[in-house]
Ligand binder design. Structure first.
Ligand SMILES: [Zn+2]
Length: 263
């Protein structure tokens, strides 16, 4: 099973690379044929094996010899590793309707990785993709609500999570008149707040993302790649954070209350 999950992750990582490019080129998400971004030669199956093709071709296009970005194998590997971690650290036993939630999580995760890559490259979060992921998030919420014994409580949790996730960014967006964060971050906040599934986890999401963002900014500033005024996309930090919240949120909250309240 572990090997199967890893291979599925590699394939979907390959899909992420294609999706990011197709979103940017405004091509059909699924149907468009894969082609070299430089010479536009259509790629054969042998050129499309995750990681392996890149290594065999020594990072160059078979047809035009132009280098292929290292982004491709890295994204494939990251996706596979996150799929594997999701499987190993999934917070509940994978049986019954939990399997359906898990599958939609993997689908959402694939889209989130595409959003992160897109944001890193172009400082934009494609709205259409966020809306598709909101549908995945809603389906996960509905399955969890229906499967729960406390349907009202779980529903309210999702509502609060989404309102806090989106609300905080909406306020920052309004105060800064769109200078500090973009409208895409507000939509992403709603989406991730929904995935966070409770108010507390939504706060945790933003808290962890801020810590990661601060650390990365300090590191980048100290190696002087970044000026104090440079903009860095916040989306990727939020996306890393939601993975942590999804897989370890319950443990973090438990630890926090134990340390703080001594129980
Ligand atoms: Zn080429």
């Amino acid at each position: 099973m572990v090997v199967a999950i890893f291979i599925i992750g590699l394939s979907l990582g390959s899909f992420v690379n294609a999706l990011v490019w197709r979103l940017h080129e405004k091509k059909d998400w699924i149907k468009a044929r894969s082609q070299c971004v430089n010479c536009h030669h259509e790629l054969a199956a042998i050129d499309l094996i995750p990681i392996i093709s890149w290594i065999i071709l020594r990072g160059r296009c078979r047809y035009c010899q132009k280098p292929i970005s290292i982004q491709y194998p890295i994204v494939e590997l990251i996706t596979a590793v996150l799929f594997l971690l999701s499987y190993i650290y999934w917070p509940v036993a994978l049986n019954g309707w939990h399997i359906a939630v898990f599958i939609f999580w993997l689908a959402a995760l694939t889209g989130l990785i595409a959003l992160a890559v897109y944001d890193l490259r172009w400082m934009l979060l494609p709205t259409r993709l966020i809306y598709v992921l909101m549908v995945f998030g809603l389906i996960m919420a509905i399955i969890n609500i229906v499967g729960s014994t406390n349907r009202l409580g779980v529903s309210l949790g999702y509502l609060e999570g989404a309102l806090i996730g989106g609300g905080i960014f909406y306020i920052i967006f309004q105060i800064s008149k769109g200078k500090w964060i973009g409208g895409g971050d507000v939509r992403l906040g709603f989406l991730l707040g929904l995935l966070a599934s409770t108010a507390l986890r939504s706060f945790l999401l933003i808290f962890i993302a801020s810590i990661i963002g601060t650390i990365v900014s300090i590191v980048l500033m100290s190696v002087s790649k970044l000026k104090r005024t440079s903009l860095i996309p916040f989306g990727p930090f939020l996306i890393i954070s939601i993975v942590i919240v999804q897989l370890a949120g319950a443990d973090i909250i438990k630890l926090y209350t134990r340390v703080l309240l001594g129980n």
